[in-house]
Design a protein around this ligand. Structure first.
Ligand code: GLU
Length: 313
Protein backbone atom coordinates (compact mmCIF):
# COMPACT_ATOMS: atom_id res chain seq x y z
CA UNK A 1 0.00 0.00 0.00
CA UNK A 2 1.34 3.47 -0.81
CA UNK A 3 1.98 5.59 2.27
CA UNK A 4 -0.84 7.94 3.09
CA UNK A 5 -0.22 11.56 3.94
CA UNK A 6 -1.12 12.72 7.44
CA UNK A 7 -3.59 15.57 7.07
CA UNK A 8 -2.34 18.79 8.68
CA UNK A 9 -4.26 19.77 11.78
CA UNK A 10 -6.44 22.78 11.03
CA UNK A 11 -4.66 25.81 12.50
CA UNK A 12 -6.39 27.35 15.43
CA UNK A 13 -4.73 30.46 16.80
CA UNK A 14 -3.84 30.20 20.50
CA UNK A 15 -2.39 33.27 22.14
CA UNK A 16 -1.89 34.38 25.70
CA UNK A 17 -1.26 37.20 28.13
CA UNK A 18 1.26 36.26 30.80
CA UNK A 19 1.57 38.97 33.46
CA UNK A 20 4.01 38.72 36.34
CA UNK A 21 2.12 39.60 39.55
CA UNK A 22 4.65 42.13 40.79
CA UNK A 23 2.03 44.87 41.20
CA UNK A 24 -1.35 46.00 39.84
CA UNK A 25 -2.10 46.13 36.11
CA UNK A 26 -0.74 49.45 34.77
CA UNK A 27 -1.11 51.06 31.37
CA UNK A 28 2.03 49.30 30.02
CA UNK A 29 0.70 45.84 30.84
CA UNK A 30 -2.77 46.84 29.61
CA UNK A 31 -1.21 47.55 26.18
CA UNK A 32 0.24 44.00 26.06
CA UNK A 33 -3.10 42.57 27.17
CA UNK A 34 -5.03 44.56 24.54
CA UNK A 35 -2.58 43.73 21.72
CA UNK A 36 -2.53 40.00 22.46
CA UNK A 37 -6.31 39.88 22.98
CA UNK A 38 -7.24 41.75 19.81
CA UNK A 39 -4.85 39.73 17.68
CA UNK A 40 -6.26 36.45 19.05
CA UNK A 41 -9.89 37.50 18.66
CA UNK A 42 -9.35 39.02 15.20
CA UNK A 43 -8.01 35.57 14.19
CA UNK A 44 -11.04 33.85 15.82
CA UNK A 45 -8.52 32.26 18.16
CA UNK A 46 -8.20 31.38 21.82
CA UNK A 47 -6.71 33.79 24.34
CA UNK A 48 -5.36 32.41 27.60
CA UNK A 49 -4.14 34.10 30.75
CA UNK A 50 -1.17 32.78 32.70
CA UNK A 51 0.09 34.21 35.98
CA UNK A 52 3.89 34.19 35.86
CA UNK A 53 4.74 34.02 39.55
CA UNK A 54 7.65 31.61 39.15
CA UNK A 55 9.93 34.32 40.53
CA UNK A 56 8.75 33.99 44.14
CA UNK A 57 10.73 36.88 45.64
CA UNK A 58 9.27 39.38 43.11
CA UNK A 59 5.68 38.23 43.55
CA UNK A 60 3.41 40.62 45.46
CA UNK A 61 0.58 39.10 47.52
CA UNK A 62 -2.82 39.95 46.05
CA UNK A 63 -1.43 41.26 42.74
CA UNK A 64 -2.56 38.23 40.68
CA UNK A 65 -6.16 38.61 41.89
CA UNK A 66 -6.04 42.31 41.28
CA UNK A 67 -4.81 41.78 37.70
CA UNK A 68 -7.52 39.20 36.96
CA UNK A 69 -10.26 41.41 38.45
CA UNK A 70 -9.01 44.35 36.41
CA UNK A 71 -8.96 42.33 33.17
CA UNK A 72 -12.49 41.06 33.86
CA UNK A 73 -13.61 44.60 34.69
CA UNK A 74 -12.39 45.77 31.27
CA UNK A 75 -14.40 43.01 29.61
CA UNK A 76 -11.54 40.70 28.59
CA UNK A 77 -12.82 37.14 28.27
CA UNK A 78 -10.23 34.37 28.53
CA UNK A 79 -10.41 30.76 27.44
CA UNK A 80 -9.49 27.79 29.64
CA UNK A 81 -8.53 28.00 33.30
CA UNK A 82 -6.01 30.61 34.36
CA UNK A 83 -2.66 28.84 34.74
CA UNK A 84 -0.46 29.79 37.70
CA UNK A 85 3.24 29.02 37.36
CA UNK A 86 3.91 28.46 41.07
CA UNK A 87 1.58 25.44 40.82
CA UNK A 88 3.51 23.87 37.97
CA UNK A 89 6.99 23.39 39.42
CA UNK A 90 6.87 19.64 38.67
CA UNK A 91 6.69 20.44 34.94
CA UNK A 92 9.74 22.68 35.10
CA UNK A 93 11.55 19.99 37.06
CA UNK A 94 10.67 17.38 34.41
CA UNK A 95 11.92 19.65 31.61
CA UNK A 96 15.17 20.30 33.46
CA UNK A 97 15.68 16.55 34.02
CA UNK A 98 15.17 15.92 30.33
CA UNK A 99 17.69 18.62 29.41
CA UNK A 100 20.13 17.08 31.86
CA UNK A 101 19.73 13.59 30.39
CA UNK A 102 20.20 15.00 26.90
CA UNK A 103 23.32 16.91 27.98
CA UNK A 104 22.03 20.41 27.25
CA UNK A 105 22.54 21.80 30.75
CA UNK A 106 25.43 21.82 33.20
CA UNK A 107 25.92 22.79 36.84
CA UNK A 108 27.53 26.15 37.47
CA UNK A 109 29.37 27.14 40.64
CA UNK A 110 30.04 30.78 39.76
CA UNK A 111 28.88 33.54 42.06
CA UNK A 112 28.14 37.01 40.69
CA UNK A 113 31.46 38.31 41.99
CA UNK A 114 33.36 35.43 40.35
CA UNK A 115 31.69 36.19 37.02
CA UNK A 116 32.49 39.88 37.47
CA UNK A 117 36.13 38.98 38.16
CA UNK A 118 36.28 36.77 35.05
CA UNK A 119 34.73 39.10 32.46
CA UNK A 120 33.73 42.64 31.66
CA UNK A 121 31.80 41.70 28.50
CA UNK A 122 28.20 42.80 28.70
CA UNK A 123 25.31 40.61 27.59
CA UNK A 124 22.59 42.08 25.39
CA UNK A 125 20.40 42.30 28.55
CA UNK A 126 22.83 44.71 30.18
CA UNK A 127 24.18 42.19 32.71
CA UNK A 128 27.50 40.40 32.33
CA UNK A 129 27.82 37.81 29.59
CA UNK A 130 28.57 34.45 31.21
CA UNK A 131 32.11 33.57 30.12
CA UNK A 132 31.50 29.80 30.20
CA UNK A 133 33.73 29.07 33.21
CA UNK A 134 31.88 25.88 34.29
CA UNK A 135 31.08 24.60 30.80
CA UNK A 136 33.88 22.07 30.88
CA UNK A 137 32.96 20.86 34.40
CA UNK A 138 33.06 22.17 37.95
CA UNK A 139 36.48 23.05 39.30
CA UNK A 140 37.59 20.68 42.12
CA UNK A 141 35.97 21.52 45.44
CA UNK A 142 33.31 23.71 43.82
CA UNK A 143 29.62 22.98 44.42
CA UNK A 144 26.84 23.61 41.89
CA UNK A 145 24.80 26.76 42.59
CA UNK A 146 22.78 26.98 39.38
CA UNK A 147 22.12 25.04 36.17
CA UNK A 148 22.85 26.62 32.82
CA UNK A 149 21.73 25.85 29.28
CA UNK A 150 24.49 25.59 26.67
CA UNK A 151 23.65 28.04 23.91
CA UNK A 152 25.03 27.78 20.39
CA UNK A 153 27.60 29.99 18.74
CA UNK A 154 25.37 30.46 15.72
CA UNK A 155 22.93 33.05 14.54
CA UNK A 156 19.30 32.34 15.45
CA UNK A 157 16.99 34.12 13.10
CA UNK A 158 13.24 34.71 13.19
CA UNK A 159 10.79 37.07 11.59
CA UNK A 160 8.82 39.05 14.14
CA UNK A 161 5.42 40.23 12.94
CA UNK A 162 6.11 43.77 14.19
CA UNK A 163 9.88 44.13 14.49
CA UNK A 164 10.67 42.20 11.30
CA UNK A 165 13.74 40.07 10.71
CA UNK A 166 15.61 39.55 13.98
CA UNK A 167 18.96 37.81 14.51
CA UNK A 168 20.93 36.94 17.58
CA UNK A 169 23.93 34.78 18.35
CA UNK A 170 23.11 33.63 21.91
CA UNK A 171 26.66 32.52 22.74
CA UNK A 172 28.18 35.83 21.64
CA UNK A 173 25.38 38.13 22.84
CA UNK A 174 24.21 36.47 26.07
CA UNK A 175 26.23 33.42 27.12
CA UNK A 176 24.86 30.24 28.67
CA UNK A 177 21.48 30.86 30.28
CA UNK A 178 20.55 30.07 33.89
CA UNK A 179 17.50 27.78 34.02
CA UNK A 180 17.65 26.86 37.71
CA UNK A 181 18.83 29.74 39.84
CA UNK A 182 21.20 29.64 42.81
CA UNK A 183 18.22 30.44 45.09
CA UNK A 184 16.47 27.27 43.88
CA UNK A 185 13.91 29.11 41.69
CA UNK A 186 13.23 28.06 38.12
CA UNK A 187 14.07 30.84 35.69
CA UNK A 188 11.48 32.67 33.60
CA UNK A 189 13.18 31.45 30.39
CA UNK A 190 12.45 27.83 31.29
CA UNK A 191 8.94 28.33 32.66
CA UNK A 192 7.73 30.40 29.70
CA UNK A 193 8.90 27.82 27.15
CA UNK A 194 7.46 24.86 29.07
CA UNK A 195 4.12 26.59 29.63
CA UNK A 196 3.67 27.97 26.13
CA UNK A 197 4.13 24.45 24.76
CA UNK A 198 1.93 22.80 27.42
CA UNK A 199 -0.86 25.29 26.69
CA UNK A 200 -0.55 24.86 22.92
CA UNK A 201 0.35 28.53 22.41
CA UNK A 202 1.29 29.11 18.77
CA UNK A 203 1.33 32.92 18.73
CA UNK A 204 3.16 35.04 21.30
CA UNK A 205 2.27 38.74 21.40
CA UNK A 206 4.13 40.65 24.13
CA UNK A 207 6.27 43.71 24.84
CA UNK A 208 9.43 44.37 22.85
CA UNK A 209 11.45 44.30 26.08
CA UNK A 210 11.32 40.51 25.63
CA UNK A 211 12.54 40.54 22.02
CA UNK A 212 16.11 39.88 23.16
CA UNK A 213 14.96 36.78 25.10
CA UNK A 214 13.31 35.23 22.08
CA UNK A 215 16.38 33.64 20.45
CA UNK A 216 17.20 31.89 23.74
CA UNK A 217 13.63 30.67 23.98
CA UNK A 218 13.70 29.38 20.39
CA UNK A 219 16.91 27.50 21.20
CA UNK A 220 15.42 26.03 24.37
CA UNK A 221 12.34 24.94 22.41
CA UNK A 222 14.65 23.10 20.01
CA UNK A 223 16.53 21.41 22.86
CA UNK A 224 13.24 20.23 24.36
CA UNK A 225 11.77 19.19 20.99
CA UNK A 226 8.92 21.70 21.35
CA UNK A 227 7.22 23.62 18.54
CA UNK A 228 8.20 27.22 17.80
CA UNK A 229 5.46 29.85 18.10
CA UNK A 230 5.16 32.92 15.89
CA UNK A 231 6.11 36.17 17.65
CA UNK A 232 4.92 39.76 17.60
CA UNK A 233 6.72 42.21 19.89
CA UNK A 234 4.77 45.38 20.66
CA UNK A 235 6.33 48.73 21.53
CA UNK A 236 6.52 49.36 25.26
CA UNK A 237 5.12 52.36 27.07
CA UNK A 238 7.70 54.66 28.64
CA UNK A 239 7.28 57.66 30.92
CA UNK A 240 8.49 61.19 30.21
CA UNK A 241 12.07 60.26 31.13
CA UNK A 242 12.10 57.16 28.93
CA UNK A 243 11.66 54.52 31.65
CA UNK A 244 9.43 51.51 30.95
CA UNK A 245 6.26 51.67 33.03
CA UNK A 246 6.60 49.21 35.87
CA UNK A 247 6.11 48.85 39.55
CA UNK A 248 9.66 50.19 40.01
CA UNK A 249 8.81 53.37 38.09
CA UNK A 250 5.63 53.72 40.19
CA UNK A 251 3.23 53.23 37.27
CA UNK A 252 -0.34 53.91 38.30
CA UNK A 253 -2.93 51.10 38.25
CA UNK A 254 -5.53 51.25 35.48
CA UNK A 255 -9.10 51.41 36.73
CA UNK A 256 -11.89 49.70 34.78
CA UNK A 257 -14.48 51.70 36.73
CA UNK A 258 -13.69 54.56 34.35
CA UNK A 259 -14.95 52.65 31.32
CA UNK A 260 -13.37 52.18 27.92
CA UNK A 261 -11.10 55.27 27.99
CA UNK A 262 -7.96 53.35 29.00
CA UNK A 263 -8.72 50.68 26.35
CA UNK A 264 -9.10 53.43 23.75
CA UNK A 265 -5.73 54.88 24.82
CA UNK A 266 -4.13 51.41 24.55
CA UNK A 267 -5.57 50.96 21.04
CA UNK A 268 -4.35 54.41 20.00
CA UNK A 269 -0.89 53.57 21.37
CA UNK A 270 -0.92 50.44 19.17
CA UNK A 271 -1.75 52.43 16.03
CA UNK A 272 -5.53 52.02 16.19
CA UNK A 273 -7.01 55.33 17.37
CA UNK A 274 -10.74 54.79 17.89
CA UNK A 275 -13.14 57.15 16.07
CA UNK A 276 -14.58 60.04 18.08
CA UNK A 277 -18.08 58.45 18.20
CA UNK A 278 -16.62 55.67 20.33
CA UNK A 279 -15.64 58.01 23.18
CA UNK A 280 -17.31 56.71 26.33
CA UNK A 281 -18.78 53.71 24.46
CA UNK A 282 -19.92 50.77 26.57
CA UNK A 283 -17.29 48.02 26.73
CA UNK A 284 -19.03 45.49 24.38
CA UNK A 285 -19.41 48.16 21.70
CA UNK A 286 -15.80 49.21 22.12
CA UNK A 287 -14.52 45.62 21.83
CA UNK A 288 -16.67 44.95 18.73
CA UNK A 289 -15.06 47.92 17.00
CA UNK A 290 -11.53 47.07 18.17
CA UNK A 291 -11.67 43.40 17.11
CA UNK A 292 -13.16 44.29 13.72
CA UNK A 293 -10.46 46.91 13.02
CA UNK A 294 -7.37 45.16 14.40
CA UNK A 295 -4.39 44.71 12.11
CA UNK A 296 -0.87 43.93 13.36
CA UNK A 297 0.48 45.80 10.33
CA UNK A 298 -0.66 49.09 11.93
CA UNK A 299 1.27 48.58 15.15
CA UNK A 300 4.29 50.93 15.24
CA UNK A 301 7.66 49.25 15.01
CA UNK A 302 9.24 51.60 17.57
CA UNK A 303 10.67 49.92 20.64
CA UNK A 304 9.52 52.52 23.15
CA UNK A 305 6.85 55.20 22.93
CA UNK A 306 5.99 57.93 25.39
CA UNK A 307 2.28 58.46 24.84
CA UNK A 308 2.25 62.01 26.28
CA UNK A 309 -0.48 61.60 28.83
CA UNK A 310 -0.42 58.11 30.33
CA UNK A 311 -3.96 56.81 30.77
CA UNK A 312 -4.61 55.54 34.26
CA UNK A 313 -8.37 55.55 33.96
N1 GLU B 1 5.71 37.63 32.56
C1 GLU B 1 6.34 38.50 31.61
C2 GLU B 1 6.08 39.95 31.99
O1 GLU B 1 5.14 40.23 32.70
C3 GLU B 1 5.83 38.29 30.20
C4 GLU B 1 6.34 37.03 29.65
C5 GLU B 1 5.95 36.76 28.20
O2 GLU B 1 4.98 37.33 27.71
O3 GLU B 1 6.61 35.92 27.61
O4 GLU B 1 6.84 40.80 31.58
Amino acid sequence: MPPTATPAKPFRYRGRFAPSPTGPLHFGSLVAAVGSYLDARAHHGDWLVRIEDVDGPRTVAGAADHILRTLAGFGFEWDDEVVVQSQRLDRYHAALSRLQVDGWIYPCACSRSEIAAATTTRSIDGGLRYPGTCRAGLAPGKAARAWRLRVPDEEIRFVDRVQGETRQNPERDVGDVVLLRADGQYAYQLAVVVDDAAQGINTVVRGVDLLDSTARQLWLQRCLGLPTPVHAHLPVVVNAVGEKLSKQTLAEAVDPARGSAALAAACAFLGHPPPGELTGAPLPEFWRWAIAHWSMSRVPKARAIYPGVIAAG
